[in-house]
Design a protein around this ligand. Structure first.
Ligand code: CTP
Ligand code: MG
Length: 229
């Protein structure tokens, strides 16, 4: 299976001066943990690591430390996640029929979830890992801050990554999205907007995206617990 890892962000919400994926997490850069799960997965054979060229030296050191130089390929990213993913799609080998996309910032993914998504994507054109929403979600009028509705939680799922797609269809969706000026934070949204089905596979509650300093502290706690076992 081919895996693209978007890692070309800046981590603005982390409030750090550099890419959050290079911040230390249990004495290793955060991205080390994401890549090490990809390495341990049985299905991933090719990794496209999408980054800003100024981070490539640091990324290379992680790849060398994990002895992954043979199957990690460096791809220059864009100014939005959507652009970065599109560049990743263009860098895939021509023989790649299906691809998984997993955010570098979701560093607690397990190899088993990669393998589960890799199996499932052979049966459907698009999928996302997701978990049932635990909170009650309110719809709020932005001007008045008054609640205008409460969504039925039974129908709500929080999207994670991996997402998986047929490469040709997703590329076509990106081209259509660019033409129409759709801006999305989620590849599956492009797929949905083009009318293609996206299947949900069960994600993992611990597969959180490290976005703010609190997430980093939680991720560290979970990793410590895992390493103790
Ligand atoms: N990403 C990317 N290219 C971009 C922006 C983001 O590849 N131009 C990647 C990030 O590196 C991250 C994933 O997309 O692994 C999810 O993005 P997010 O959590 O928003 O990370 P950042 O954009 O770095 O953070 P922020 O939005 O707080 O600046
Ligand atoms: Mg971002």
């Amino acid at each position: 299976m081919y895996l693209l890892i978007p890692a070309a962000g800046s981590g603005r919400r982390m409030g750090s001066s550099r890419n959050k994926l290079l911040l230390p997490l249990l004495d290793r850069p955060l991205l080390f943990w994401t890549l090490s799960a990809a390495k341990a997965s049985e299905s991933i054979r090719w990794v496209g690591l999408i980054g800003q060229p100024e981070d490539f030296q640091d990324f290379k050191e992680i790849v060398v430390a994990l002895s992954m130089t043979k199957f990690v390929h460096f791809i220059p990213g864009g100014s939005t996640r959507q652009e970065s993913v599109y560049k990743g799609l263009q860098a895939l080998p021509a023989v790649a029929e299906r691809v998984l996309i997993h955010d570098g910032a979701r560093c607690l993914i397990t190899p088993a979830l990669f393998d589960h998504c890799a199996r499932e994507i052979s049966q459907c054109p698009g999928l996302i890992a997701a978990v049932p929403v635990k909170d009650t979600i309110k719809v709020v009028e932005s001007a008045t801050h008054l609640v205008s509705g409460t969504l039925d939680r039974g129908q709500l799922w929080a999207a994670q990554t991996p997402k998986g797609f047929e490469v040709e269809r997703l590329t076509q969706c990106h081209i259509e999205g660019n033409r129409q000026g759709w801006e999305v934070t989620d590849d599956a949204a492009l797929f949905e907007q083009c009318g293609y089905p996206v299947k949900i596979v069960s994600g993992e509650e611990t597969n959180l995206k490290v976005t703010t300093p609190v997430d980093l502290a939680i991720a560290e706690f979970i990793l410590r617990q895992r390493n103790r076992r």
